[in-house]
Design a protein around this ligand. Structure first.
Ligand SMILES: [Zn+2]
Length: 359
């Protein structure tokens, strides 16, 4: 059994976390107060509960409404810097040693900021957060384009322009059904020509075609969620560990190529992509040694943290500290940070801590 304090202390690596999904409730309240933005609750604890309940409700409208409020209070540079700095400090306090945090710059333009000013504000906030965190952390940006909008090329160019200024990659997010990733092929082809990295939200609600397109048409380096890859794996659940497992061509490709899966268990329960932690595909995918990583997605809406996600998994699947280490190293290997910097974190931060604990 892992003690939960041990999970907070353990060095962790986070690849899939949304900046607009991780604000402190108290910060949302204060920023909304300054702007005169009306919120559904006026007490920080109650507001925090409101975010989780709305995300839990099973109604997509109520789920999306939560982001209307967080995005509304992130429209000026000062607010964005504050949210970005607090995000990094909160992750560090939870023992995250490396994080890639994503957001869609195009959603922060309503008060007159330019795309560049948004990226600069996040960069300044991350630098402030790294300098003031209680434990060492490295934080980098991923720039997200919205699948239903037509700005993906512009955002991809922005990611490349800022590749030496804290942006390590590109992502595409938003409703999968009706908006296949191939709609944004020009952006992905541009990024490939620029030797740039990208991940694609695929295979969360929507099934295998979305994963297949993301990898084989768009050339994604990683899969955001990718949980539906389970649909390409045949297994007899009732047979337990002795059951025969058969991988389809796509699942085999994903495993053979070591394509990282950015799995977000609690978030999947809220969106209905999985019905419980115990039955979440992450259990089988981990057993089959896919390149599984554990992530938070939206800490505010899921009321979660990296150590909480790992605690839920450890309780459901009897994971040990050795498994937690495997997740951390998987994620660090899959990061978009340059190879030498990844290796330095693995060799000087992650491995020594676990070696001391595991003996
Ligand atoms: Zn996400």
């Amino acid at each position: 059994m892992i003690r939960h304090e041990q999970l907070t202390a353990a060095p962790k690596v986070l690849l899939h976390d949304h900046l607009d999904g991780g604000l402190r409730p108290g910060t949302v309240l204060e920023l909304a107060g300054e702007l005169g933005h009306r919120l559904p609750r006026t007490d920080a604890d109650e507001l925090g509960e409101w975010f989780v309940e709305s995300a839990d409700s099973g109604s997509l409208e109520r789920y999306l409404e939560t982001f209307d409020h967080t995005v509304a209070v992130m429209q000026n540079a000062e607010a964005i810097r504050r949210v970005a700095s607090e995000c990094v400090q909160d992750l560090a306090a939870d023992g995250v040693v490396y994080a890639e945090i994503r957001y869609a710059p195009e959603q922060h333009l309503t008060a007159g900021l330019t795309l560049e000013q948004v990226v600069d504000a996040v960069r300044e906030g991350f630098e402030h957060g790294m300098a003031h965190a209680e434990r060492p952390i490295v934080a980098r940006q991923l720039l997200t384009a919205m699948r239903h909008k037509a700005r993906s090329m512009e955002i991809a160019e922005l990611a490349v322009a800022y590749r030496d200024s804290g942006v390590v990659g590109f992502d595409i997010a938003g409703a999968e059904a009706g908006y296949p990733p191939t709609r944004h092929l020009d952006a992905f082809e541009y990024l490939q020509r620029e030797n740039a990295h990208f991940t694609i939200h695929a295979g969360e609600a929507f099934g295998l075609p979305s994963i297949w397109q993301a990898i084989q048409w768009c050339g994604a380096d990683r899969l955001g969620h990718g949980v539906r890859i389970i649909d390409d794996i045949r297994y007899d659940e009732s047979a337990g560990d002795d059951g025969k497992v058969e991988l389809g061509r796509l699942a085999a490709y994903v495993r053979d190529q070591r394509i990282p899966l950015e799995m977000c268990p609690s978030s999947n329960l809220q969106t209905g992509a999985a019905d419980s932690i115990a039955r979440h595909p992450i259990g089988l995918l981990t057993k089959l040694r896919f390149r599984v990583t554990v992530n938070t997605d939206n800490r505010l809406m899921s009321g979660t943290s990296m150590s909480r996600e790992l605690a839920l998994l450890a309780d459901a699947f009897d994971y040990t500290l050795a498994d937690v280490r495997w997740f951390a190293i998987n994620a660090m290997k899959s990061a978009f940070l340059p190879f030498d910097e990844r290796l330095a974190i693995i060799d000087t931060v992650i491995k020594p801590w676990y070696a001391e604990q595991l003996g």
